[in-house]
Design a protein around this ligand. Structure first.
Ligand SMILES: [Zn+2]
Ligand SMILES: [Zn+2]
Length: 303
């Protein structure tokens, strides 16, 4: 199994279009790495790839990743797309994958209903029968990920319920355990597991147990501080209001996940407000010292 980080930023990216915070200014000036919005690509055979989330930056991410370029007049190495929730920063890229290309999309039924019900834009992915194949992920059940024609990719995924929240545009619906998931990825030929949990409001026992089996963990690095937006003068919302467990602080993920056996631990989905984006910050040093890495776009990982 081989993974490539297509995008390592939270919603908005780094820099964010309407932000002139310290990090966004540094990214525009080239002093820190710019980052596109959260997505990973994974392959077992090196030929067919599964996208984990489809960010609004997908077109640029594909252009920057030679392994995902077409190999014939009309072709894509993307065999399937898996969604962890229905947030804009994880789903809008689907609509950039039109041009009459068959697509296989996996998510929980709740996420798919939230995205597709009453959404006229999905018709652009349904121009002919079989163009868009939706296949549900059931929480706790391993699913073999296959291409639109049904050929297995060798990637097996188990959805784990992760505390989160509904997308802002769906606030009126009743919440469900299916609204936000983490993914456990398994290469059927290897015993190794990799976990991907880009949005996590709380670490409960169910999630800890799931992460404990993985040799490589990608985890929600949105905020370092619970009151980070306030500290930086960027807004009133706290990390908890936005359903993201902060990295630092007594109940933060550095402490909560300190005992995970994973060989590789990588923070991704990093918000532009987060001081760990600056390699010289004390927060970044704390993360480094605890054995965590901060994802950058283009990072390749062999779990
Ligand atoms: Zn997100
Ligand atoms: Zn900013």
């Amino acid at each position: 199994m081989r993974l490539v980080v297509l995008g390592s930023a939270a919603g908005g990216g780094v820099p964010q279009w309407n932000c002139a915070c310290e990090n966004c200014r540094a990214a525009r000036a080239g002093r820190i790495a710019a980052r596109t919005q959260d997505s990973l690509a994974v392959t077992v055979d090196g030929e067919r790839w599964v996208l984990l989330n489809a960010s609004p930056d997908l077109r640029v991410q594909l252009a920057a990743t030679p392994a995902l370029h077409p190999r014939a007049a009309r072709h894509t190495p993307i065999a399937a797309i898996v969604l962890t929730n229905g947030d804009i920063d994880h789903t809008v890229g689907l609509f950039s994958l039109r041009e009459s290309q068959p697509l296989a999309v996996y998510s929980t039924r709740a996420v798919w209903r939230g995205l597709a019900d009453g959404n006229v834009l999905t018709r652009t992915l349904e121009r002919f029968p079989g163009q868009l194949v939706f296949r549900p992920l059931e929480i706790g059940h391993p699913t073999s990920i296959a291409d639109p024609a049904g050929a297995p990719t060798g990637v097996e995924i188990t959805a784990v319920a992760a505390p989160g929240k509904l997308p802002v545009h769906l606030l009126r619906s009743a919440p469900s355990r299916e609204d936000n998931i983490a993914l456990l990825l398994r290469d059927r030929a290897q015993a190794r597991l990799c976990a991907y949990a880009p949005g996590v409001a709380r670490v409960d026992d169910e999630l800890i147990d799931a992460l404990a089996g993985a040799s490589c963990v990608f985890f929600d690095g949105t905020f370092y501080y619970e009151d980070e937006l306030q500290r930086r003068g960027l807004g009133a919302a706290r990390a908890a209001d936005m359903a993201h467990l902060p990295i630092g602080g007594p109940g933060g993920s550095l402490t909560r996940l300190a005992r995970l056996p994973a060989r590789r631990r990588i923070y991704t989905h990093v918000n532009n407000s987060n001081p760990i984006l600056d390699p010289s910050s004390e927060e970044r040093r704390a993360v480094d010292a605890a054995g965590w890495q901060v994802a950058e776009d283009g990072l390749e990982v062999l779990p």
